[in-house]
Design a binder for this molecule. Structure first.
Ligand SMILES: CC(C)(COP(=O)(O)OP(=O)(O)OC[C@H]1O[C@@H](n2cnc3c(N)ncnc32)[C@H](O)[C@@H]1OP(=O)(O)O)[C@@H](O)C(=O)NCCC(=O)NCCS
Length: 186
């Protein structure tokens, strides 16, 4: 099956509380200092600035991407694709969808940090209009690696018919709110 066909089978949708366990699983398999399940619950239930999307294939969550949006500013907090699904266009599809989503919500630009060694992610971000504007020295606590700070000032045009789906609340999900864990990323 071609890569194009594979990525067509992938649905991008708003993350729900029921997705938190799957997202936490990918997060923990991917990052040296992963966010906890509680951190994602906090993002879903308490952080009004947070928006997360997931990539779903055959009913299974295979990736996620999130951002914080405050007025016209946005910061991409984390993007990851399950290891077995990488290199097939899912990361690009997710990141493009996230940028469209946050642009629709009013973001005029987006920032993110990325490890200086993470060439795959840098390649993706540059191809979507991000440029490196500086380095954050020893940003990553696990190995003291520097981060590039990247900015995109050319967001996708707002979709005129955009309407945001309703946000889940602790009441509507039936889940109890939990304490927030550590939040270093990405
Ligand atoms: C970074 C990540 C999200 C990209 O997702 P993905 O599904 O693998 O990426 P895609 O298949 O959409 O490819 C995106 C680009 O990366 C490039 N790429 C893919 N595999 C690559 C590799 N092994 N080395 C270098 N570049 C690579 C591709 O060239 C592609 O660009 P193109 O469309 O111009 O060819 C994914 O690899 C991942 O989860 N990595 C671990 C977590 C991470 O690093 N997150 C980002 C933190 S800032």
């Amino acid at each position: 099956m071609s890569e194009e066909k594979k990525v067509q089978d992938v649905l991008i949708r708003r993350m729900q509380i029921a997705d938190v366990d799957a997202v936490t699983g990918i997060e923990q398999a991917t990052f040296a200092r992963p966010w906890s399940r509680e951190s994602f619950m906090q993002e879903m239930e308490r952080n009004k600035a947070a928006r997360y999307l997931v990539a779903e294939k055959n009913g299974r969550v295979i990736g996620y991407a999130g951002a914080w949006i405050i007025l016209d500013e946005s910061h991409i907090t984390n993007i990851a694709v399950a290891e077995a699904e990488r290199g097939c266009g899912v990361g690009r599809k997710l990141t493009e969808a996230l940028m469209q989503y946050i642009s629709n919500l009013g973001a005029a630009y987006a920032t993110l940090e990325v490890r200086v060694s993470n060439e795959r992610a840098q390649h993706l971000y540059k191809s979507l209009g991000f440029v490196s504007v500086g380095k954050r020295k020893r940003y990553y606590e696990d190995n003291g690696e520097d981060a590039f700070l990247m900015v995109c000032e050319h967001m996708p045009d707002v979709e005129e018919d955009f309407q945001e789906p309703e946000t889940e609340t602790p009441e509507s999900s039936g889940e109890k709110p939990e304490n927030q864990g550590g939040m270093e990323h990405a």
